[in-house]
Ligand binder design. Sequence first.
Ligand code: OFO
Length: 166
Amino acid sequence: SLAKEVEEMLNNQVKMEDESSQFYLSCASWCEKEGFQQSANFLYGHAEEERGHMLKIFKYINTVGGHALAADIPPVRHSFNSLREIFENVLEHEVKVTKSINELVDYCFQHKDWGTFQFLQWFVEEQREEEDLARRVIDVFDIIGEDSPQGMWLIDQEIGRLGSAD
Ligand code: OFO
């Protein structure tokens, strides 16, 4: 059975994944309005993935005898100053999620909850991939340069390419 502390931590993770999903959805909308269609597609896809993460944890909690709680999430931000700012926020956010997953893994290890420990391994790998992808997207801004509309167009194309290679 699931220890109360682990259940709480998992529900907190549900909330975090839900926040991720809504945040990426909001970013996708901004990109679409600004004409960065490839980045928008990347972020719409990512919002879906995060919802998938949320549900995966949600169902796990109930499967092992806990009570999964639909999250109350704080209001999301709707406007941004630049495309780069969006992806810097994405990276920052993923780093935060990785830290939270690692804390959960550590707790399960310390308290010998091997079932949850095992369940979380998928997320450890997923976070490694997502952080790596977010860093590669930031690199695109530095490599291409943001000084011209042509540069911004190319950056958007490249982000789309990275997203679909994922
Ligand atoms: Fe971005 O992996 Fe979940 O949060």
